[in-house]
Write a protein that binds this ligand. Structure first.
Ligand code: ZN
Length: 307
């Protein structure tokens, strides 16, 4: 992949890991810190070629990569950090809750500074518990990782994903960085209308929540029944992913006391098919982690609205 110059200081190199979850691949960003040193954001999956491309992109411009900042620990964003650090000697920064190897920490409410570069750090949980967003105030540019991506919406799947937390993060970032003029997401193209995009994401989540409540009221009591009605238009290959998403909505509604679990029953063969993640067809380990495959949905829970 070729290095794309996006602004005075920011360039993007897309990792060679396209897929249903990663769109055209993970966006790795290089930021020019001003004195022959670069900062890399999201080095991507564990891929030697991509790590070399990043290191060469810096050396082609007479610079070295001095710091690697990782927005969150998912396998399409973080594993490349170790490789790139081995090639460049750069320091790896992660969230205090990140489980990948890092030697420095990105603190919410603090700044990251290197040479002439200053980035503001915000916790941004919801898609992943260890998610941060980074704001380049000089360019009014917000690096959102997988909180906001260039196309479509993102998957919020338990146990790592939490819908209420995620919606909170969207509102917080929108309001805190009201002056943002560009979003650089973890996947897809840059977004030139940050406020409208945040509003669109928030409205989409609110719409889905209303749909879940309406379908529960209409008698769809289980996740498979809700998925068939709400996600009728999407590729059925993605229904297991949609099921995790519906679970995230139900978990949030349950926490708010608006929905309760009535009972569990064993899944029918058709329900098992709908719920089972076909990881081979979805592509890669990314899907497994993003979709919470470690916590399979086994039994079918019947839900009811609280009066
Ligand atoms: Zn991602």
């Amino acid at each position: 992949m070729a290095l794309e110059r996006l602004s005075e200081r920011v360039s993007r190199l897309r990792a060679p890991n396209p897929g249903p979850m990663t769109l055209s691949g993970t966006n790795s960003y290089l930021i020019d810190a001003g004195r022959d040193r670069f900062v890399a954001i999201d080095p991507g999956p564990d891929h030697q070629g991509h790590a070399l491309d990043l290191a060469f992109a810096a050396s082609d411009r007479g610079a070295t990569i001095a710091a690697i900042l990782v927005t969150h620990g998912h396998p399409d964003h973080a594993p490349g950090a170790a490789r790139l650090a081995a090639l460049t000697g750069a320091t790896v920064y992660g969230h205090p809750r990140s489980s990948f190897a890092h030697t420095a920490t990105l603190w919410d409410g603090k700044t990251f500074e290197l040479d002439d570069l200053c980035l503001e750090v915000s916790d941004a949980p919801g898609h992943a518990v260890d998610h941060v967003a980074l704001y380049l105030r000089d360019e009014h540019a917000l690096f959102t990782g997988d909180v906001v991506v260039g196309q479509g919406t993102v998957v919020i799947a338990p146990p790592g994903g939490e819908m209420a937390t995620y919606r909170n993060t969207l509102e917080t970032l929108r309001d805190r960085y009201a002056g943002a003029e560009r979003i650089y997401g973890g996947h897809g193209p840059a977004i030139e209308t940050p406020r409208a995009k945040f509003d669109e994401y928030i409205a989409h989540r609110a719409l889905r929540e209303r749909q879940v409540l309406a379908e529960l009221r209409a008698g769809a009591a289980t996740i498979p029944a809700l998925v068939e009605r709400i996600y009728a238009e999407i590729d059925q290959l993605l229904w297991p992913a949609a099921a995790r998403q519906v679970l995230a909505y139900l978990d949030a509604l349950e926490t708010q006391g608006r929905v309760r679990r009535v009972r569990e029953r064993c899944a029918t063969a058709a329900e098992r098919t709908l719920l089972e993640l076909d990881l081979a067809r979805l592509g890669d380990p990314v899907a497994a982690e993003e979709l919470g495959a470690a916590a399979p949905i086994g039994a079918v829970v019947e839900y009811a609205l609280e009066p």
